[in-house]
Structures are given as structure tokens and as C-alpha cells.
Write a protein that binds this ligand. Sequence first.
Ligand code: SAM
Ligand code: SF4
Length: 345
Amino acid sequence: MHIAQIRERLRQAGAAPVHERHLLQLWAQGPARTRQRDPENFLPRPLREILPQLQAELAELLTLRSAHGSEDGSERLLLALRDGQMIESVLLPREGLCVSTQVGCAVGCVFCMTGRGGLIRQLGSAEIVAQLVLARQRRSVNKVVFMGMGEPAHNLDAVLEAIELLGSSGGINHKKLVFSTVGDPRVFERLPQGRVKPALALSLHSTDAALRAQLLPRAPRMTPEELVACGEDYAQRTAYPIQYQWTLLEGINDGEAEFEGLVRLLKGRYAVLNLIPYNAIDALPYQRPSWERARAMARALHERGVLTKLRQSAGQDVDGGCGQLRARAAGLKKGGAVRTVENGL
Ligand SMILES: C[S@@+](CC[C@H](N)C(=O)[O-])C[C@H]1O[C@@H](n2cnc3c(N)ncnc32)[C@H](O)[C@@H]1O
Ligand code: SF4
């Protein structure tokens, strides 16, 4: 289901813009954060009559299958969609939420569990917002990162529709909506046009175009230089720094050549580089470098003029890693310890 379809049903039942705004806010933020209105005096009768059915349909968009709390305060949720497909959301420490945008993903990054099975289906914009609705029933949320299962650029209309709603009726500050992508020309064209302009995270992972193409086999063929040029342009336009995501893979993208490549590309940019040690996935041959090595790399980059953050691992005690809960539930993956990191990946 898409938000445009919800709006259409409301309008057909006589909703004026003020009614539409109120009802969407009630859905996205819940009654506790929405101004109390007496439906009898506020909503036209035909609208009141369709509401129970519509509300039931919205409530059925997602069902909580299981919740996996972690010592650090994050909580990973396995959610079933109406057709039985499953996705993951992660409640993050400090009122954050990581949402999925697709079931599966076509990009096929070699280190990502979600990418291993290809794209299964797109999420509707209402299914994206429903993840926030469900999360808010468990705790307060004031930041939403699009870093769960799926590539937002491959479901762009639905993701932008959800972002528009979250940044208006959903009550989330625009800079606390983080669109995470491998980079796609359509993203750089469409994001600046939106009324709600989210913060942007670009999953870079390598400054070497050939290596990046191996690691992210079906990402659009933008070179690292092109990505950084487009990222810088968006950062300047929105007056908000770009985040570059770098999943650290031992012996692959943690060496001297990448270090110099990062200095060359990112020094002096309006950007933050997030180094995120790889989360181990059973059956994949990759390793994360030692924490000491990762910290030394972050420090050295910082000294060379690249604002760098090493993301502290979190949720180590729960079954984590993007797409791994779903894979386990769907019987796609054998048991075994897995790890997760702070930003819900
Ligand atoms: C799951 S993706 C979703 C958003 C978008 N598709 C992207 O790639 O930016 C979010 C981030 O998770 C990272 N990621 C995926 N698998 C990972 C793993 N096993 N360990 C660490 N980071 C991982 C990706 O590199 C990406 O930066
Ligand atoms: S890291 Fe992102 S783009 Fe790559 S396969 Fe996973 S979800 Fe898709």
C-alpha cells in the first residue's frame, strides 16, 4: 500500500486538507503526540465511517514476529508483511530507528546478507512508514535511518513518499532522516527537489572504481570521484555534511592505497567518514580488522584532514547483521553467532 492511496481514500470520503493532515499525523505519531480532536465534531460523517476499516488495514501492514533486545539498548525486530514476506527494523540507542526499504536487494554487495538472495519485492511507502508506527508503540523515535534491508534508490518513489510524510506529519526533523545509498544519478537528481531533504549517507567502501565494482556488483557505475562530487554538491545545497559509509574488510579496503585514496577524495570536504568494521556472516570469507588497527586508521585519517568516526560495535549479544534475522527465520542460513553494529546494519 502507498501513502497516495491512503490520501485518495480519505479525500473520496470528504477529507479536507486539515482532516488529512490530522489523520496522517495520528497514524505516524500516535495519539500521545497528536492534538486531541473530537471526531464527532471535527471529521465529516462519511470519513468517520471509513476510518475503522482503513485503520484495521494499516494496523495489519506489519506484524511483529520477534524482538531481540541487546545489552546496549538496541532492539532488532523481525516483522512479517501481509503476504508473509519478512523484513527487519532496528530500534537504535538514542531514539533512532533503522528501517528497510525492500525485501532483499538487487545490488548484491558481496559482504551483505540481504544482497545474497537478490530482490524479492519492493516495500510500499505505507509499509515503510508502518515500521515507524510499530517502533513508536515500543519506544520514542526521533531519528530514522534508511539503512535496513534494501537499496532506497531502487525504490525511490516509495522511499521519497515515506520521507515526505515522516518529515511532515511524522514529526521527524529533516536532518534526522538519513537516506543511505550506494549512489545513483536519480538520487542526486530527485533529492534536492523534495520538500523534505534528508541527510545523505553514501556507501563508498572503496576509492578504487574496479574494486568497488567487485564489492558492489550491481551498483550504478558511478566512479568514487563522481560520487564524491555529487555528494559534496548535495551537502553544500542542504548545508549538512554527507556521511560516507565504509565497511572495513580486512586485507581488502583497510590498506595504504585506500588510505591515500580517502585522503585524496575526502580531505577538506563537507563530510564525515564512518568506518564500520564488517559484521561477520557465516559462510562468507571476510574478516573485520582488529579494533586497534581500525582505530589507528581512523586516527591517521583524522590527522590528514578527513573527519573520521569509527563506529563502535553494538548489539553483539543478539542475532544481528542486516538481513540475518530474516535469513534465519526463512531457513536460508544455518545457526551460528553473528554480530551487529551501532547503526543497525
Ligand atoms: C544494509 S545497507 C542499506 C542501505 C543501502 N542499500 C546502502 O548500501 O547504503 C546499509 C549499510 O550496511 C552496510 N553493511 C551491509 N552488510 C554489512 C556487514 N556485514 N557488515 C557491516 N556493514 C554492512 C552497507 O555497506 C551499507 O553501508
Ligand atoms: S549493502 Fe545495501 S546495497 Fe548492498 S546488498 Fe546490502 S542492502 Fe543492498
